[in-house]
Ligand binder design. Sequence first.
Ligand SMILES: [Ca+2]
Length: 321
Amino acid sequence: MPEEPKKIIIDTDPGIDDAMAIFVALESPEVEVIGLTTIYGNVYTTLATRNALHLLEIAGRTDIPVAEGSHVTITKGTKLRIADFVHGTDGLGNQNFPPPKGKPIEQSAADFLIEQASCYPGKVTVVALGPLTNIALAIQSDPEFIKNIGQIVILGGAFAVNGNVNPAAEANIFGDPDAADVVFASGADVLAVGINVTHQVVLTDADREKLAMSNGRFAQYLCKILDVYYSYHHDAYSTKGVYLHDPTALLAAVNPSLVTYTEGVVRVQTIGITRGLTLFYNKQKRFGEVTEWSDKPSIKVAVTVDAPAVVNLVMERLMNS
Ligand SMILES: [Ca+2]
């Protein structure tokens, strides 16, 4: 008997690489996408919701509910960092697609996460591809959530490498460091896939040519929106291609054997010049004093990735769509 597909909810701020991850998920028989929840990050939350609905319409999957997430940080902060210079002002490569016909469900993202986790205890994986506000809200409003949720796979953090917002911080953690600290210290089964891992996974200019040549409908759609993302990468890095952040985290949920991980306690700096820094304690030293890492639960932090396998899977699933 084939295994039942894993139920996943994608928490997302679409976002060009979010769009790729969502399409790859929809083409992955190993998982069943039971909902999208939205968050600010690449764009503001209202636009993230609009883009999530739009992407599901492109995919012909308007049966999947979209629950709108928080418009402010967990500490009610309204000064948000929006990465429109990476993804275009519309979040999808400045294509100005017509507005979607669909609407989000009435439930908030956090309530939807809580409800689905309690309907299918231990069976739902959240793939968090933006700042962690919605997940932290779910944890804070329902003490059962961390027990009911299966795994939380996070695209976030920069473990022992520089960040991508500044030398200290990775973008999703920087978006709401307080929320990230809540999630990492919650005791839930968390796998963090940081940019130390996703910077190994590059979609090259040649890969993009191959996508453009294919008849895959998702490949065709993505080739339209990828320009802005490629230009940004060409300017910002000396890499000939783009990093597949969100698709890598998504595929780590689809097929856990694509990454290896270590375990330890992660705390997040919430103030000062290193705000958003993720600091991993490997538990190799027993400190004489009580520290801010003592007595906190461990999480899994991805260390290596089978980058060629991830790129192949992304290409294959987008070209055969
Ligand atoms: Ca994202």
